[in-house]
Write a protein that binds this ligand. Sequence first.
Ligand SMILES: Cc1ncc(C[n+]2csc(CCOP(=O)(O)OP(=O)(O)O)c2C)c(N)n1
Length: 896
Amino acid sequence: MPIDNAVNLTAVEELYSRYLNDPNSVDASWKNYFENIDQEKAPAGVVKQFEALPEDLRIYNLIDAYRNYGHLIAKINPIATYEIEEPWQLKIETYGFDRNDLARSFPTSGLLPRETAPLQEIINTLRNIYCDRIGIEYMGLENLEMEKWIQERIEPNQFKVKLNVDQKKMILEQLNRSELFESFLHMKYTAQKRFSLEGGETLIPMLETIVENGSKIGMRDFVIGMAHRGRLNVLSNILRKSHSEIFSEFEEGYIPNSFEGSGDVKYHKGFTSEVPANGQKVKISLAPNPSHLEAVDPVVEGQVYAKQILSNDNKKEAIIPILIHGDAALSGQGVVYETMQFYNVPGYNTGGTIHIVINNQIGFTASPAESRSTLYCTDIARAFDAPVFHVNAEDPEGCVYATNLAIALRQTFHCDVFIDLNCYRKYGHNESDEPAFTQPLEYQLIRKKKPIRELYRDYLIQQGHVEKNIAEALEAEFTKALENALQESKTLSSASVKPKKEESSQDKSLDEISTKVPVDILKKIADSMSSVPEGFSIHPKLLNLVKERLSMVQENGKPLDWGMAELLAYGSLLWDGISVRLSGQDSARGTFSHRHAVWMDQKVEKAYYPLNHLKEGQGKFDVINSTLSENAVLGFEMGYSIAYLQSLVIWEAQFGDFCNGAQVIIDQFITTGEQKWGQKCGVVLFLPHGYEGQGPEHSSGRMERFLSLAAQDNIRIANPTTPAQFFHLLRRQTLNPLKKPLIIFTPKGLLRHPACTSQLQDLTSGKFKEIIPDIKSDKASRLILCSGRIYYDIVAEQAKQNNTDTAILRIEQLYPLPLEKIKDELKKLPNLNEWIWAQEEPQNMGAWEFMHHHLKKLLPLELRYVGRNRSASPAAGSYALHKAQHAEIMNALFKR
Ligand SMILES: Cc1ncc(C[n+]2csc(CCOP(=O)(O)OP(=O)(O)O)c2C)c(N)n1
């Protein structure tokens, strides 16, 4: 049974005291553990093996054991109440020694400057390095260079830092700012939630260290992702958001005035500022964050990645992601793993993330034993070869020292690195929560704790580094400044409520964007992207496709398919210097083998991206096969789009329903980010959608969900049905300066459907049509409204039935719904007496409910529904059943 000396301690203590009262009151595995706790010995075989070795090798193994396991007994827990038993790996008996050997001298193997030293001295040194108030996990990682680098820095100085008096005073000043800020808020706004940092206020000197010392090693722009805990403190002390501004948000009647939107609670908001560091200015942004813990992680990575491109930070040493986690969220949320998986993947790698864990050893009311199976909350680091520093918040100097090493490591090895700040949470989950309901003993202890600031101040006074009256004067001065800011905040006028649009309105600007492309340009693009480089061995089938597609542009009247229109949309934007990024699972070739944006040399398996070979000075084309993640990849692309609004950024789901896995990003960021935080984003989602008999999981992009999330012009939703429509839509999205996320339901079967083609002149003229009427006679008495691929089935059926009495209206843009344009079409059909909404999705899905809600205002008669019946599952599993349902729909559409 593993036991975490630091992290699980309170939970284990509880169990242990229960065990002492009644050994049978605890789980059998714990009982077994407690029975053996004092007798933990190395397995006999191990001891035997060591005894067979010469003494100097045995000593070397002991030294190595401390490097590997020393952290297990490091004093990192500020609320530990008893010493943890030494693991057998660190016992001298394991290596065939006993107490009598302690005075004997042995080779030091480079640990000490002397060749030999008494065993006791070797052990003391090892304990001082590896088992004091910093525990480090760095051995056994893949990178041996890194192991050596760390050892060379921590062993000679025994993992201790010598700070001068000014540096010590600086830490005290930062702790003052951190802790007094919280206690001031606590006093003035007693019952209000602020998610205090108290118990972990050492975070502030650590972040200051990253900013100040990071700027000395090339870091100049930091993007921070963090949850609510300590956020106000970070905003105030690291991003220098003014105290009066923060206080004003606590005042009754506060309404945000920064943008037109409904805003968010104060501990979710973002902020960007420039702060002085090391005689220069560095930029710091705190990403806005929804309540959903860790969801912001991939968004931060995407932002950083885009910023690195935009500022030519090719070495990835200037723009730095910092993720601050809670211990429970870090170990519980899968998005952390998905995000960390990017660290070495081309197209996503940001050169290493600095992770700090505010490890207050509790998650809301849950103890560590309830929150995870692993020893440390940071154990995910092991999967990604990231070194971990476990530090004790009551050792601010050690915390700062570890932080300095962490940033140097990140700059040197471009790895992720963790600092696990072991601390406690002074209050309940929020300030009005009673923590003793669930952790009574732990909170008895915490309530007796002196603030870290006071502990450090008293230590400096005792060491003679500061005088008591000076320290107290500094505190009084800071508190006075807070008082003044409070007065100022009360005089800040309350913002007036801005009118917000309630209903969607047609965005007129969309019609004004010209998206056609001159024919000669399209021909040049097609030419360049179809030319096979000298010596490149292209797959024969692909060569045929490339030639065929080229002919679509060269030969008059030849039908142009979806894939070609898509490539030409990208090509035309790239031609104008605009960058395009498309990522998704298997997106480079395309899940349905229609795209072929990458060619693979058949002899040497080397990739060639034709769209990157159009002309000098073109935009950059990135098409990337993503990791097998939806949540983190969409979060990443959304972050990328926020930071690089001018580019076209697309996330493609392999099948539309896989967007389920990214629902948090869709709900919490994409559809709400502008309302909550004023965040602009132009990310595009491709969701393959269509009922083609592939079963419940590969049919629906869950249109109904997006439609239910659409309001106040937050997003655009389209379901284009021709290659030219897709071409114009992508171009319109990119060229429109008014950025909104765009959801596109993309085709599967239509990619090769003979009727789903366009002509070259459809790209060289026209624009995206939000609706497409198909009116064979203005005497038509029936109108079928529909969206997407079902249109092709309806016209085919209509032809079969020789029906001329029915007009069809394709809704290509579902949101904002072009009601005015629909109205105009209706005016052309004065004889209508039947209105039908046709869809292939079940009635409780697809666009029906949305359309019914909006269209009923326009139509004089009830809108009739034709489509699949309400259903729990999106589509039938059997192909035969699918076909039968489809025939029923067609039948119902033309039956009178
Ligand atoms: C994804 C998600 N699930 C649940 C919650 C509700 N919740 C808010 S804070 C919290 C505990 C977080 O614990 P930890 O990560 O240790 O951070 P701490 O609050 O202790 O700093 C929970 C469960 C949430 N915000 N997000």
